[in-house]
Design a protein around this ligand. Structure first.
Ligand SMILES: *Cc1c(COP(=O)(O)O)cnc(C)c1O
Length: 388
């Protein structure tokens, strides 16, 4: 490996680069999680989290990765054998429905081509055909991190409303929350699943659920076995700022600082910055003469871009070159996309010049690997970043 100076570029779509002030906040001494200082911290955090989810309801923080929050969403609201509808948007949707099967749910998995988001018309058809209301939940990955496609959650909600179907709406917002406009309450989402290591700019280790009243009611009768993931004792202890078991105290220090950064910049500004960085990244990709994986411009992700390598070129070779020569990590193709795409993460607290450096590194890597590209791609991105 070449010797390098400068900060490593972590441009995978999560974990994201943790801002220095967040790292410093986490370096404070761990305190008693049953004491008054901790209780005050929890109450502040739970308040500051609500606008990020766009909810007035409870947010449950689990000491877990996003996968734990997936499980919590399912086991708190559903019963053995319940039918649940998933949309095959990519690798993460595939993993989540696999978990649902392993928990004993009856999964209906609507096929997809991994280039589009969840299809509201297909969801509408399934719900309309389900006259007996056997489907208990519709589960959608908002931002499919394996493909760079953002599903139109309001259109899915519309499909539920138009058919008058009472199913719950469970949404994975792990790689969109705090980076993309997201409205748990206004979109009628029942459970939102999130994690700490993406838009929230923290290390991995927190899994979060925002929970609607309807989901809380469902939790009273849901019979899937649950203990650690049970929301009820957490929500009860949270009322006084505590948790039933030991929380990830230092990650919560980091969360407070991350939320301070987000609110100081302003959520609309944070969302606009991500949208702009997504547009600049696509300008580079199209300028290089390559394709982004996302096939529908309405569904372009603001937080990551999957770049399709021309046939015969191995995306993992490009990634290895970029890591070795320039110290930058890029996202691999996952599942059936292995070797075929590389993913550029542009979420978290990155500025224009970090993105410019990222795209310069990708362009150099593509050229080193002998991928035929037009080097005007970088200029196209810089033009967009330079515009006021
Ligand atoms: C990262 C991610 C997950 C999984 O989270 P882990 O923290 O790895 O358990 C789930 N869904 C999406 C969309 C993700 O991007």
């Amino acid at each position: 490996m070449a010797s390098r100076t400068g900060r490593p570029f972590l441009q995978i779509p999560g974990p994201t680069d943790v801002p220095d002030s967040v790292l410093r906040a986490m370096a404070a001494p761990t305190i008693d999680h049953r004491g008054p200082r901790f209780a005050a911290l929890t109450l502040r955090l739970l308040d500051a989290l609500k606008p990020v989810f766009g909810t007035g309801g409870p947010v449950v923080i689990h000491p877990a990765s996003g996968t734990g929050a997936w499980e919590a969403a399912l086991v708190n609201t559903l019963s053995p054998g319940d039918r649940v509808l998933f949309c095959e948007t990519g690798h993460f949707a595939t993993l989540w429905q696999r978990m649902a099967r392993s928990l004993g749910l009856d999964v209906l998995f609507l096929p997809g081509d991994w280039r589009h988001g969840a299809d509201p018309d297909a969801v509408h058809r399934e719900l309309a055909a389900d006259r007996q209301h056997l489907i208990k939940a519709v589960c959608v990955v908002h931002n499919e991190t394996s493909t760079g496609v953002t599903s139109r959650v309001p259109a899915i909600r519309q499909a539920l409303d138009a058919t008058g179907h009472p199913a719950l709406l469970l949404v994975d917002a792990v790689s969109s929350l705090a980076s993309t406009d997201y409205r748990h309450d206004a979109w009628g989402v029942d459970v939102t699943v999130a994690g700490s290591q993406k838009g929230l700019m923290l290390p991995p280790g927190l899994g979060l659920n925002a929970v609607s009243d309807k989901a809380l009611r469902a939790a009273r009768t849901a019979r899937l076995p649950r203990s650690f993931w049970d929301w009820a004792p957490v929500i009860e202890a949270n009322r006084h700022g505590f948790f039933p078991s030991t929380p990830a105290t230092n990650l919560l220090y980091g969360l407070e600082e991350a939320l301070r950064l987000l609110h100081a910049e302003g959520l609309p500004q944070v969302f606009a910055r991500h949208a702009r960085h997504g547009a600049a990244t696509r300008a580079a990709v199209h300028g290089w003469g390559l394709d982004v994986l996302c096939a529908d411009p309405r569904e372009y992700s603001a937080t990551l871009t999957a770049v399709v390598l021309p046939g015969g070129h191995d995306a993992d070779h490009v990634r290895a070159l970029v890591l070795d020569r320039f110290g930058m990590s890029l996202g691999a193709g996952l599942g059936r996309l292995t070797g075929r795409v590389l993913r550029i993460g542009h979420l978290g607290r990155l500025g224009d010049l970090t993105l410019a450096g990222t795209l310069a590194g990708v362009q150099m890597g593509l050229r080193l690997a002998g991928v035929p590209i037009d080097p005007g791609g970088l200029d196209a991105a810089l033009d967009l970043l330079r515009a006021p």
